[in-house]
Ligand binder design. Structure first.
Ligand SMILES: NC(=O)c1ccc[n+]([C@@H]2O[C@H](COP(=O)([O-])OP(=O)(O)OC[C@H]3O[C@@H](n4cnc5c(N)ncnc54)[C@H](OP(=O)(O)O)[C@@H]3O)[C@@H](O)[C@H]2O)c1
Length: 334
């Protein structure tokens, strides 16, 4: 049996080019006791992958040169097993990397049930993406009914869920996204009360107009100039949830917030978090999100691209905005 694996070959400066990775063919080795073989089907494609290929201290070690590219999550089917808990035919969620087949010892892997939800949803609203929105907004942001919450990257995987959780909690939600179509989607599908098109509108002016009583929580997915514009409108005791900074991930020199003194003047708080911090409570988030989805209170979008050879153009879509909702690469048929 032949595997195809995406191997990291160099550390890019700025936007990665196509030869940052290459596709390798290798034999699938025989299983040892305690191992099982997974045929990966869906692979989560995330902005954080850009950080993993820098040789820099972060929340987890970088992917080494010559190693299979890491994926935050993969869903697949067990084909062969010498493990007592994971048996052929089981569907499993883990971190299988960008490759057609993965051999695992089960550490960090869980079974998922394809009869409860379509399998790709376990990488989206019912997985890390949903958990990030849930814990980031509820635990780090601590919203109160009636507050105004501003969200950047609002039509992305995390932002689209944050908007809907905020509405469930009785908050006024304003989203920022790129382009007219995405802004329409914010209001018509993701339940935002107002939308700002950062590509064609002046963000600071629009925040003033759509948040006339200021911003109680700013959920930041993008950083850069938009973070500064939000800080300028932060309310007394306002919270900035530092979830991501995608506008800076390819920057060779990261732009920090010039308006940080707004936190001082407003006795505000800006707090970063990594979803893994909440790993012990994933069960709580999964149950609650599944209930909201079943009740029709939360809708999630996934954009599924096909073929491991299409990893690179798919990856670029994270930064060009040619996507809505959660980006997923399907590497094998279901
Ligand atoms: N802290 C954590 O544990 C954690 C976990 C998951 C994700 N994250 C972070 O959360 C953020 C959102 O993740 P996601 O999974 O929702 O990603 P995503 O689906 O790719 O959404 C991010 C959105 O950012 C927008 N964007 C891209 N470049 C931009 C730029 N230069 N300026 C402004 N907006 C830009 C894009 O939409 P437009 O078309 O609107 O530009 C895109 O839809 C990322 O920064 C990610 O790294 C953090």
């Amino acid at each position: 049996m032949k595997n195809k694996q995406l191997i990291l070959t160099k550390r890019p400066l700025g936007v990665p080019d196509a030869d940052t990775w290459h596709l390798n063919e290798a034999d699938v080795p025989a299983l040892e006791d305690g191992e099982f073989l997974v045929e990966n089907v869906f692979v989560s494609i995330d902005p954080t992958m850009r950080g993993w290929i820098n040789d820099r201290k972060s929340y987890m070690p970088p992917v080494a040169l010559g190693e299979v590219m890491r994926a935050a999550g993969t869903v697949g089917k067990v084909l062969q097993s010498k493990h007592e808990d994971f048996l052929p035919g089981h569907y499993v969620l883990g971190s299988g990397g960008i490759q057609l087949y993965t051999i695992s010892n089960g550490k960090g892997w869980h079974r998922v049930d394809p009869t409860l939800a379509p399998l790709h949803k376990y990488l989206s609203v019912l997985g890390m993406t949903g958990f990030t929105a849930y814990f980031g907004l509820l635990d780090v942001g601590q919203p109160k009914t009636g507050e105004t919450i501003l969200v950047s990257g609002a039509a992305g995987a995390v932002g689209s869920i944050v908007g809907q959780i905020g509405k469930i909690k009785g908050c006024r939600m304003i989203g920022i996204a790129g382009g007219e179509e995405k802004c329409r989607k914010l209001i018509e599908t993701y339940q935002y009360d107002g939308a700002i098109d950062y590509k064609s509108q002046k963000v600071s002016t629009k925040i003033k107009e759509l948040c006339p009583e200021g911003v109680d929580i700013y959920f930041d997915n993008v950083g850069g100039d938009i973070l500064d514009a939000a800080l300028a409108r932060l309310n007394f005791k306002g919270r900035v949830v530092l979830c991501g900074g995608i506008s800076q991930y390819n920057a060779t020199s990261v732009k920090g917030p010039a308006n940080y003194l707004s936190l001082l003047a407003n006795r505000g708080r800006m707090e970063g978090f990594i979803v893994f911090d909440f790993a012990r409570r994933y069960g709580e988030a999964a149950k609650q999100l599944a209930e909201w989805v079943a009740a029709g209170d939360i809708y999630s979008d996934e954009q599924i691209e096909k073929g491991i050879e299409n990893f690179y153009p798919t990856f670029l879509k994270l930064f060009s905005g040619e996507k809505t909702g959660k980006l997923i690469l399907q590497v094998n048929d279901l």
